[in-house]
Design a protein around this ligand. Structure first.
Ligand code: NI
Length: 289
């Protein structure tokens, strides 16, 4: 059973110690936490307006940040996502909601925790595909600088039918499972863990503005969205910068990536940076990095 935070505006107003000791213990033991109210109704509405703007203009297309998470067609994505939406909507980084998440992240990770990434996530109504089981650490590369936790904020109610997140409690303690590209297709961005024991999986339905928090090693995923409502969520990652390389050698499944997103990213770089990126990518494929 997921731990709960006190709900209501009073709970949100307090900037200090937003989580109880029991909630912190639950997170560190199980690798996830469910919060019934993190964003106010006004904040949810503002995020929905921002999302409509972001996806209408396909923000991040040129840099490879507008992607099809689970398919092959970035032009007509089956699961549209925008990586780093705050690059295109800077107000996302200065909101009270952002500060609230940072406060909680520091409570869970210590005072060095800082913003590291955000994702604008959608899953279409009536058939948005399942999100495969994975550990976020599987996406880490040799250039990753932070170990992170992720807030996943529901921008409408989510149930199992809408594809709420589900977690394997205790998987945060390891190990990192072998992963592969979804459908074993290196052109697809999504990764899936191999050999997951999901017998103990916990589903986390949420009301609008509710959130889950998970550790980078926690196995998580979601069912298909079979409801009539598109499922929108705002993910924000906070982490502590690691003094040593987080990933000393590239994970095998990331050596074979061939996504259209990375091609657009490379093309967007200035000439020198592009050459460096292409050389590094080739060395990774040759198992030399
Ligand atoms: Ni994830």
């Amino acid at each position: 059973m997921a731990a709960q935070v006190p709900s209501g505006e009073a709970a949100l107003a307090s900037a200090k110690d937003m989580l109880t000791e029991e909630q912190c213990r639950h997170f560190h033991t199980n690798g996830y936490l469910s919060l019934p109210m993190l964003a106010t109704p006004d904040e949810v509405e503002a995020l929905r307006v921002t999302y409509a703007r972001l996806f209408d203009r396909r923000a991040g297309w040129d840099e490879g940040n507008f992607i099809d998470f689970a398919g092959l067609n970035d032009e007509k994505p089956c699961v549209p996502q925008i990586l780093m939406p705050s690059l295109y909507e800077p107000a996302l980084r200065t909101s009270a909601l952002h500060e609230r998440c940072l406060t909680i992240a520091r409570q869970l990770m210590g005072p060095a925790a800082e913003f590291h990434f955000d994702h604008a996530i959608t899953k279409p109504a009536q058939g948005g595909p399942p999100t495969p089981w994975h550990q976020d650490m599987s996406f880490y590369t040799r250039t990753t600088t932070h170990r992170t936790i992720t807030f996943w904020i529901a921008l409408q109610g989510v149930s199992r039918d809408d594809g709420c997140l589900r977690f394997v409690p205790g998987s945060n303690l390891g190990p990192l499972l072998k992963h592969r590209h979804l459908h074993d297709d290196p052109r697809i961005h999504a990764l899936e863990a191999v050999g997951v024991n999901e017998a103990s999986a916990v589903y986390c339905p949420l009301p609008p503005g509710g959130a889950t928090i998970h550790h980078n090693m926690t196995l998580h995923g979601a069912d298909a969205n079979t409801s009539d409502t598109a499922r929108w969520a705002y993910a924000i990652g906070f982490g502590v910068r690691s003094p040593a390389r987080v990933v000393p050698r590239e994970f095998p499944w990331n050596r074979t990536s061939r996504t259209a997103r990375s091609a657009r990213f490379a093309a967007s770089l200035p000439v020198r940076a592009r050459l460096r990126y292409l050389v590094c990518s080739a060395l990774v494929r040759l198992h030399l990095l």
